[in-house]
Design a protein around this ligand. Structure first.
Ligand code: GAL
Length: 440
């Protein structure tokens, strides 16, 4: 048979078969919809000090789940300043990513859960035994009515003061063993450092670094119990009272020791880098800064601990661990639930957390990670987490609902524009508590 004739016969045969399929006895096969292969993971972990841990977890995922492809939808901006706005728009449009980064605490419970945007994870917790390896402190912060709603992947510490030992040595400043016990002692050190021609405390832009500093100054001034008392319903610490006044006074003074170009810096990294470069003595930042200082280039500065950089608790917070925890959620209406569950399984796993956390500067949310994989800094943080008084961070979603936090942020920004208005600032903070409904 020549080629043309062969084709003609084949076409006719196909036609006959198609017609017979339309007959009364034909069964119509359901159209097979291919399972979605992409898993879109949304976070703000991009760039120096942020990206390495996520990349390590994605690598593990790729090896274990070759049928899925992660789409890394990270939006730059420390503490989620930009990402959270993008996410809110997407959620409003009914277009959720397959999973997103959410802080354990009020951010997850009073926001995403209250808005009906996330699903419970009882099955995953039961099948992996994850709930049994989570610290007792953490489980309630991701749960409602006994159901868990997110997978915590880490525990970060907010109250760390990073410093450049060479700058301190040149200025002849020593930190007391265990750290500065009061802000006044810190101010005295700052006066010496300032006189030596250096910035005492580097600060980043308003986005979140100013609030991060504020919470640390407040906790270092009023202590753990009174800090907790600001967030109970009703608060046992008076927002209009003298404790908060003292915290604001210390904050106002701290600001006088910061770099004048803080508002022009792009994010927290340039502020931390001022310490690395020896232009500033101190920087107060969460321990994601450890990843930035110590990780290899291009995402890290590859610095040597104790020689190029060092750390101490923020003044007045000895024995206090100000914490936050990053977690991932299973959205309502997501496009690839199987892929998301695969991602959450990795995020919950020992291997996933051991890959992620040593590069992120955080400790595992799980209690059973191999400590020998971690830096000396993180090993000590893990011990402190167990022995210190643990309190929640405001800036990173633990203690206040996002709407309340936004009001505090607005009050803070107004204050930063004119730091003589301390009384107005305190009035605005008290008003934020009232409009949240926590203060009567
Ligand atoms: C926090 C987050 C950390 C780190 C930091 C700086 O909110 O929990 O993992 O990314 O922001 O961006």
């Amino acid at each position: 048979m020549n080629k043309k004739l062969y084709l003609l016969v084949a076409v006719l045969l196909a036609g006959v078969m198609a017609l017979s399929a339309c007959g009364p006895t034909a069964t119509v096969a359901p159209t097979a919809v291919p399972a979605p292969s992409q898993v879109e993971i949304f976070s703000w972990w991009v760039g120096p000090g942020e990206a390495d841990g996520l990349a390590a977890m994605i690598k593990l995922f790729d090896a274990q789940y070759p049928q899925f492809t992660i789409v890394n939808a990270a939006v730059a901006g420390g503490a989620g300043t930009n990402a959270q706005a993008v996410l809110a728009t997407r959620l409003q449009a009914g277009n959720p990513p397959d999973s997103w980064q959410a802080h354990a605490g009020q951010e997850t419970i009073a926001n995403y859960l209250a808005a009906g945007q996330i699903k419970p994870l009882d099955d995953l917790f039961a099948s992996t035994g994850f709930g049994k390896v989570l610290p007792a402190t953490l489980l309630p912060l991701i749960s409602k009515d006994g159901h868990p709603y997110s997978v915590p992947v880490n525990i970060h510490r907010s109250n760390v003061m990073w410093y450049n030992p060479k700058v301190l040595a040149a200025a002849n400043v020593t930190i007391p063993t265990g750290g500065f016990t009061s802000w006044n002692d810190f101010f005295a050190a700052c006066d010496t450092i300032k006189a030596a021609g250096k910035t005492c405390l580097s600060l980043g832009p308003e986005g979140f670094t100013a609030m991060h500093l504020f919470e640390n100054v407040m906790i270092g001034t009023i202590g753990a119990d009174k800090w907790n008392g600001l967030w109970t319903t009703p608060p046992t610490t008076d927002w209009k009272g003298t404790d908060v006044t003292a915290g604001i006074a210390n904050y106002t003074k701290v600001l006088t020791y910061t770099n004048s170009d803080a508002s022009t810096l792009s994010d927290w990294q340039p502020a931390s880098k001022l310490v690395a470069d020896g232009d500033a003595a101190f920087n107060i930042m969460g321990d994601w800064a450890y990843g930035y200082f110590a990780n290899a280039a291009p995402n890290g500065l590859a610095l040597t601990p104790h020689t190029d950089f060092d750390w101490t608790p923020t003044p007045g917070t000895q024995g206090i661990f100000v914490f936050l925890s990053d977690s991932f959620v299973l959205p309502v209406g997501n496009k690839n639930p199987d892929g998301t569950l695969a991602w959450l399984t990795i995020a919950a796993s020992k291997a996933g957390q051991e890959a992620f956390n040593p590069l992120k500067g955080s400790i595992c949310a799980r209690t059973d990670c191999d400590q020998s994989l971690f830096s000396e800094y993180s090993q000590n943080a893990a011990k402190d987490w167990l022995s210190n008084t643990v309190v929640g961070s405001l800036t990173h979603g633990v203690v206040a609902a996002p709407a309340w936090k936004t009001q505090i942020d607005t009050a803070l920004k107004l204050f930063l524009a004119d730091t003589s208005k301390t009384a107005d600032f305190q009035t605005a903070l008290a008003a934020a508590c009232t409009s949240d409904g926590t203060c009567k």
